[in-house]
Design a protein around this ligand. Sequence first.
Ligand SMILES: *Cc1c(COP(=O)(O)O)cnc(C)c1O
Length: 507
Amino acid sequence: MNDPEYTHQARWDEPLITELINTGKRCYIPKRFQYDKDIAIPDNLLRKTELRLPEVSELELVRHVVRLSQMNYGVDLGPVPLGSCTMKYNPKVNETLVRYPEFSMQHPLQPEETVQGTLKAMYLLGEALKSLTGFTGITLQPAAGAHGEFTGVLLIRAYHMLNGETKRDEMLIPDSAHGTNPASSVMAGFKAIEIPSDEKGRIDLEALESALSERTAGMMITNPNTLGIFESNIMDINKKIHDAGGLVYLDGANFNGIMGVAKPADMGFDVMHINLHKTFATPHGGGGPGSGVVLVNDKLKQFLPTPIISYDKEKDKYYFDYNISHSIGHVHGYHGNIAVILRALAYIARMGGEGLREACLTAVTNANYLMHKVMHEDGLELPQDPSIPRKHEFVVSASPLLRETGVSALDIAKRLLDYKLHAPTIYFPLIVHEALMIEPTETEPLSILNEMADAIKNILKEAKENPELLHEAPHTVAGYRLDEATLAKHPILSAKMLEKIKPQWEL
Ligand SMILES: *Cc1c(COP(=O)(O)O)cnc(C)c1O
């Protein structure tokens, strides 16, 4: 980092802009924005001391901000193969579109007749998603995948309540599921019952059968599951649950693995959510904003949150439809995250049905290509049957490497940062030890897939030659390995707190 050649590039010790005070410099301020001393502001409202604002020239400001941006890593810089997160490239035309003032300057309480364009966009997205999934009803309100799950299981609860089946209080969930599934079920008042996976990574049918009873409210299934494996018995599984009086929820957060190829309603699911921020190309990460729209079949339409967006053909008018007989009520202030909804519609419109199908097939091809490039490497193993093709993602285990060299999945992930690549998801799903969960997505070209495979191969070699190097990685970003548990529990979010720990940062 002390190499003089790099002094103008991003550095971890870039000062905070608020530290640059008393330099006497300022950016250019156009006259019409300058303080007009003739405006009569009462004396008691005028500040007595100077406001402590950063003092920098325009050039210094631009360089500061550009250096900060260079410290960051995102999908516009390189691949982000985080399994289950679907970090695909987000087309820029979507960003232009959502910034049109016609959309961005609207107020959610405007009268219907003044927001017909937005209502039409919402309606069209709903129709497109219905046709992709085979479902008949939709709500665009939920703001994230977990929020969609919560909404979906509330619909299942409302269904059983209306039928007088108040004893149905158990939600079955495979052990490979995302942690949000049991959390959503418990929040909606259910007991979460774990169903083990079989050795092929699929739902264990015998365990499922013995768990079904008159207390079964339903099951939440991720398909393709978090191992990237399609539940080939899905029709049979869904029939068993229906025969026991339950409903089936599809966690479709990662719709990328079947989009345009298979319809969940045809598989017998009753309700699902889709993460628009994953499959339908919205920049995400760091907590939002997102959209976890929920789709349902006819059994659950009468419980959807109000209002839904409907179209009156005779009057050629789109409107907020509150006519839902047993609605569970609102699940979001106003109508959902509109910018995400608009991006999803723009993406679908630009791709078309064939394009979406091709995106899915390419995502699946990319995942399988990369899996075959790395799965035979010494140190890694594929815990589930390698002959089963994966869908959008795959999970390899670094258990053999840990046994042989003491180098863990975490060490591999951290070392990848030194190769200027984002780490994959690690230690998830919980049923795979030392899991590396890799989802390259369809937007990464062959050259990048090869680069990722080469980096992983190199790191496996390094693990044998110099394990210490990997335990201490990363060496080129952040200065040292961060303590993630402390980071999550005691995040430092203000400059004042940062000052206190800063000495530790000196490189
Ligand atoms: C991402 C994801 C979720 C949760 O979605 P959020 O938008 O983060 O709440 C749920 N299930 C699966 C399988 C996921 O990949």
